[in-house]
Design a protein around this ligand. Structure first.
Ligand code: R5P
Length: 303
């Protein structure tokens, strides 16, 4: 049988857990930064004819993690891997998925096409900002939906409503709400035609007396979640729980969120966790995705 080897890159925070779930060998990549700032990686074992699962998340410093990803893929080829799968639990640059202003790049296109050009056969990530962006990787991809992990964490909660902070995140709310058997909605801006005042509220549903779960992909500065939590509190939410896949929590984001009235924050191990944050593992879902993909591609042949 073709062997699966998990390579832990410098951003491979969840690699150990993934290797365990897959029952695969874990190889630690060597890495360092040269005095002039260049990145160095090395895979210290041969992977002849096998499938290399390069685990490398793109949390800050994103640029370095990205370059390391490219180098790891090339290195995996160099030590003889027949197939290389990149598992990037967090994909950076995904929010710049179009030219919002003339002259801007489509950053995610550059990221994914470069990973492909470096020699990756497939790309697996968790809850990318917009799933459609994965089309920029010209090969098989999987966007792991974290809803089952969040649903498990919320098991037993009553009077729930799931809210997306904007329309773009509605697919996340729908997916979690279906598992919780709860209603879902998204926040929407309203402008008073007479006064011009802008208010935000759920598009259709009331949150009064409800346990509100706000779901989003990324928490960076915490501004989006803090604003949503304040609004929902002011509209009578009984409690506010946040389910966010990638808790980057830059600067004082955590304090900001707590101050806005968030009772509980649930995140995933796609980026290194901050102390005091409730972290659930995406590794079982990632392992399933890796296995399914490798089987579908015929990369796990029994000899
Ligand atoms: C935006 O579209 C994303 O889905 C997140 O809502 C956003 O990136 C969160 O950023 P911040 O925490 O800085 O508000």
């Amino acid at each position: 049988m073709t062997s699966l080897t998990v390579i832990r890159g410098p951003g491979g925070y969840a690699a150990g857990r993934l290797a365990e779930e897959l029952g695969a060998r874990l190889v630690e990549a060597e890495y360092k930064v040269f005095p002039d700032g260049e990145s160095y990686v090395r895979i210290p074992e041969r992977l002849d004819g096998g499938v290399a699962i390069v685990v490398q998340s793109m949390f800050p410093e994103q640029d370095r993690r990205f370059v390391e990803t490219l180098l790891l893929v090339e290195a995996a080829r160099g030590v003889g891997a027949e197939h290389v799968v990149v598992v990037a639990p967090y994909t950076a640059y995904a929010r710049q998925d179009r030219r919002f202003r003339e002259g801007e790049p489509i950053s995610i296109k550059t990221i994914l096409s470069s990973v492909r050009s470096a020699g990756a056969d497939a790309y697996i990530t968790v809850d990318i900002h917009k799933p459609e962006a994965l089309a920029y990787f010209e090969g098989p991809t999987v966007n792991v939906d974290p809803a089952p992990v969040f649903a498990e964490a919320l098991r037993g909660l009553r009077d729930v409503i799931v809210i997306a902070p904007d329309r773009g995140a509605l697919h996340r709310a729908r997916s979690l709400a279906e598992l919780l058997n709860a209603p879902y909605d998204h926040l929407e801006k309203h402008r008073d035609r007479v006064t011009g005042e802008i208010t935000m509220k759920p598009k259709e549903l009331s949150v009064e007396g409800k346990n509100v779960v706000i779901i989003d992909d990324i928490i960076s500065t915490g501004g989006t979640i803090a604003k949503a939590a304040e609004i929902l509190r002011s509209q009578g939410a009984k409690s506010i729980i946040v389910a966010a896949s990638h808790a980057l929590l830059v600067g004082n984001a955590l304090e900001k969120i707590a101050k806005a009235g968030v009772d509980r924050l649930i995140t995933l191990d796609t980026v290194p966790p901050r102390q005091g944050v409730e972290v659930r593992s995406a590794a079982p879902l990632l392992a399933r995705a890796v296995k399914r993909l490798a089987e579908e591609q015929g990369w796990l042949t029994v000899e």
